[in-house]
Design a protein around this ligand. Structure first.
Ligand SMILES: *Cc1c(COP(=O)(O)O)cnc(C)c1O
Length: 369
């Protein structure tokens, strides 16, 4: 069977390797596999969230409240916006997809940093749109603006990932606001804040304020997720905050009941469990500095990170694919960045005990080079 040309040309997104694969391929017991590849919360699911999921299990036969009244209300009061400024997605990924379908076609383009979240480009290719990238790997606002100005009529969506996955660098909020002011009202500016909680905890200047954004700019879509600091990667809940006109357009593309009854209950409980979030943020900051110390000891080049992962840039004879493979055989899954064109690896910051194991195992492997 023939498919649309753009489908034939698509490559699959390389997600973090699942634990099950390591169990099958290397015969390692499930409980001995350490997954630090997808930036999930190393403390797992908070107890309050688990309780909420169990309590709602008996309602799994019911479609969820499609107005998502309670979750939107909770997010609205957290950020000081109206519920009408919010859309919920099956992960913020789904909202990226809505946004691109709303703005792109084969004559349009997106603009992004040289190395950033792969899904922007993948969803753009679903719309047969072009992808402009800066030559700089990290976010370079001057270069982004230069490319934008050269292709203003073509570029319909610009992505800023703050902080950036998979590199970890982070723009200051002020710089983001200033950049937003230089973008045409008809160009959608998507600000992906999947890790912004971690950045704001480390440095207040990185804290993005979605209320301020939507008050000042008609063309901004702020994205947050429950998959990272809230520990709900498996429940698939994300949110978008934007002026009503944008939310209304995205709503037209949303399938009904796009998140589950249990996901909804879990997200509502997660928002209330501020102690779990604080514990996660504190652990991340403390363990991040241990990772930096480890990198210095091992003479590994790292990018100072504002997120819950650290990226090591390798140089020969160290090869990222080989290093990932060696760790995998020892039951540790990390993220190879070869598919981004880098000889680099990204490791999610774990708990103290998990990281001890990483330092031990990685140190052992590195001593063989
Ligand atoms: C994890 C992540 C998301 C969202 O993930 P969902 O699980 O779909 O909410 C969005 N952007 C970036 C950069 C991410 O790393």
């Amino acid at each position: 069977m023939k498919f649309n040309e753009f489908v034939e040309n698509l490559s699959n997104y390389e997600a973090g390797k699942p634990i099950e694969l390591v169990v099958r391929e290397f015969g390692i017991r499930k409980q001995d596999v350490l997954k630090l590849a997808s930036n999930e919360n190393p403390f797992g699911t908070s107890e309050a969230v688990r309780d909420a999921i169990v309590q709602n299990a008996a309602c799994a036969h019911l479609y969820p409240d499609d107005s998502m009244y309670e979750l939107k209300g909770a997010l609205a009061s957290k950020f000081g916006v109206e519920p009408q400024n919010i859309i919920i997605g099956a992960g913020s990924d789904q909202i990226i997809e809505f946004a691109l379908h709303a703005k792109l076609n084969s004559r349009r383009a997106i603009l992004q940093a040289g190395v950033t979240f792969a899904m922007y480009g993948i969803y753009a290719s679903h719309c047969e749109a072009k992808v402009y990238k800066t030559s700089a790997q990290e976010h370079d606002l001057a270069e982004l603006l230069k490319i934008y100005n050269a292709h203003r009529d073509e570029i319909s969506v610009i992505f800023l990932c703050v902080p950036n996955n998979p590199l970890g660098e982070c723009l200051d909020a002020e710089a983001v606001y200033e950049f937003a002011g230089s973008v045409d009202e008809d160009t959608l500016l998507v600000i992906d804040a999947a890790y912004n909680e971690f950045a704001a905890f480390k440095d207040e200047r990185k804290r993005l304020d979605p209320k301020l954004l939507i008050q000042n700019f008609k063309n901004v879509l702020y994205l947050g997720t429950f998959s990272k600091v809230y520990g709900l990667g498996g429940m698939r809940v994300g949110y978008g905050i934007a002026p009503r006109q944008i939310i209304n357009a995205l709503y037209k593309l949303r399938p009904p009941f796009n998140i589950t009854t249990l996901s909804l209950a879990a997200a509502i409980a997660a928002l209330k469990d501020e102690a779990f979030v604080q514990k996660s943020l504190q652990n991340n900051a403390a363990q991040m500095s241990r990772f930096e110390d480890f990198a210095r000891e091992q003479s590994l080049e790292f990018i100072p990170s504002y997120a819950n992962f650290i990226t090591f840039k390798l140089s020969p004879p160290l090869d990222s694919s080989e290093l990932c493979e060696q760790l995998l055989r020892r039951g540790i899954i990390i993220r190879n960045l070869k598919s981004y064109g880098l000889n680099a690896v990204r490791i999610t910051i774990g708990t103290q005990g998990q990281n001890d194991r990483v330092f031990g195992t990685l140190g052992e492997i590195l001593s063989g080079y």
